[in-house]
Design a protein around this ligand. Sequence first.
Ligand code: ATP
Ligand code: MG
Length: 743
Amino acid sequence: MSLLDSLNPEQLAAVTLPRESALILAGAGSGKTKVLTARIAWLIQTGQVGPNGVLAVTFTNKASKEMLHRISTMLPINTRSMWVGTFHGLCNRMLRAHWKEAGLPQAFQILDMQDQLSAIKRMYKVLGIDAEKFPPKQLSYFVGSAKDQGLRPKDVEAHDEYHRMMVRLYEAYEAQCQREGVVDFAELLLRSFELLGANPTLREHYQARFKYILVDEFQDTNSLQYNWLKRLAGPQGCIFAVGDDDQSIYAFRGARVANMVQFENDFNVQNRIKLEQNYRSVGNVLKAANVLIAHNKARLGKELWTEAGEGEAIRVYEATSDQDEAAFIIDRIKKLVLEEGYSRSDIAILYRSNAQSRVVEQALFNAGMPYRVYGGLRFFERAEIKHALAYLRLMDNADDDNSFSRVVNFPARGIGARSVEQLQDISTAQATSLYRAIHRMEGRAQAGLKKFADLIERMRFETRGLSLPDLVDKVINESGLIAHFQADKDGEDRVENLKELVNAAASFSIAEGYYRDAAATMVDEEKLITPLADFLSHASLEAGDNAAAAGQDAIQLMTAHSAKGLEFKCVFVTGLEEGLFPHENSIGNSVEGGDGTSVEAVEEERRLMYVAITRAREQLFLSHAQQRMLHGQIRYHLRSRFLDELPEEVLKWLTPKRAHIASQGWDALDSKVWGQNKTLNVGYSNKTSKRPYDIGTGVSHAKFGSGVVVSYEGEGDDQRIQINFGRQGMKWLMLSLAKLERS
Ligand code: ATP
Ligand code: MG
């Protein structure tokens, strides 16, 4: 069967376009990724380009793996040498090959978010900056967004004292990174962009090489990514971009839907191809998605249809609490798996923010159901793994001060804070790294530090010629990490994780072909780095999704953001509550739209909800809870407006649907029932009672002190008000008797 057989006419037209730039703008599940991968396979199969001449880019590691997988099922070629990956991954690859031209040490290390914050804190200490006044997170955000716009410190315009300070700190941060041979995520892109700009020979080499550039999820490119693509493609370039403006969910990171329009102009795109048939979801799911997204005003506009039947109605459940919501999910999953024959891996549980996963995880765990969490605290971000990686990084690049500071006295080896401060002074004075400063030190303090340096040197020497997993194994032992955690009575898990790192190194070696090609046959330009350096960048870029349940048939847990591009037979979208989904930061705010106009921030949340719904192929469950524990506090939320925006005819309410305030605002809120107060009147009336205080207003009460208004119920003289008095608890009071005051 030819790989073109399964395509519909529009898809076929897109896959087989002549060499010209094109924009495929199409809704969820219409086969965009399918078209993109089929085009790669078709171009190679028909000899129009070799595997080396293609570059394909997307946003997440998971999506890029999926892309490679789809290509290799269509074409029996080795996809390993192909430039298919994320923006960060591909830029890293380019910088590894041209580190010298890019002004980096060969063994440059990559800082993840956590590393970046500790690097900033270290810098603050040296410079005597007040972290209260200039929170490290703010600087990190400032630097990131400057870089995402392609701006170096000298290019940033600062209009007030605060911003002038931020620019100075950006400059200092940049100098520190350069000195230490480290780059953060945004730097990977900017460096690679500048490399192509400053170096015509290289630029022309890549422009000639990548005859075909393909971009998935194009709606989420920011301006630096767009300019990088443009520079890489060059004047003769051919970019095949696929995307969906309704799924643009990274505006907060600078994504610009306007890039689509700019792209059509810059690349002289002749025809915009639309795909409108959805092959993923049953009719009810698709209808819900279409109706929901129609509430957005800022849209390019398109509608999806399907030939599939309606399928099951979308089930909606109102839980009394987050625990109850989790219990509902477990119950349903049991039915799906035991009675309806689904595999666990067919089922995904989606939520708006990572903090929500804990309760569900606990319930799954108690029910003995294997699950896998994407995102959250990932494997390579665990403290013990960070320690091990710090030793490995130091062996690779001794100037990495972050890693140095992390392990110089971990496990404890009697090196005091005082000695490290002394060392820091020398390193600052002599503009050298902490590691090198040891040799310029004198006196007693030096002895301990010297021993540490000797340990690193010894490990470096003794691991020469070892395979990557053996090397890692040796380092976790020699460094004393294993012994340290073995001695700790709660350290068992950490020892397990460290051993898991050896396994991770082994699978990485297999995947990257380090066993097969161990002999020096690798003249491939991109494999000029050592397996260790390669593994370390993998650790930073990948952050290793929770490795524990890998390969098992497990339920999939992830945020709606990380579900983009994926599909599952059964999907639970949880926590559909005002303040949670849509997120509280979005409510009542507006953001700049692509064309300079302002749009409601809630529209981005609605697109995210659209992404979540359209992941489902057959069965979709939506749930919300009346109360939930979040960040150590009980929170009371109203049902999400998104639930009320869905067409009633595709929904099936498993709990009675209660009247809602959506169209009338908070003030019209009627009869909200919480927790134990199930017996209260739940009737809905359009006669809105008088509400002396808006929900959320602070009030004070003679006996209970100050509190916050949570809800109202009843009418007239019976009207009651619910107030959260913090430590005094949640109370229902008769409004007419309560004698409240605004506080
Ligand atoms: P998203 O916007 O969510 O990224 P997408 O547009 O990339 O979605 P795909 O993931 O490529 O959509 O396709 C969705 C599903 O539909 C996949 O399972 C794919 O195999 C299937 N599909 C796409 N086109 C066809 C077709 N012509 N015939 C049969 N199945 C198809
Ligand atoms: Mg896709």
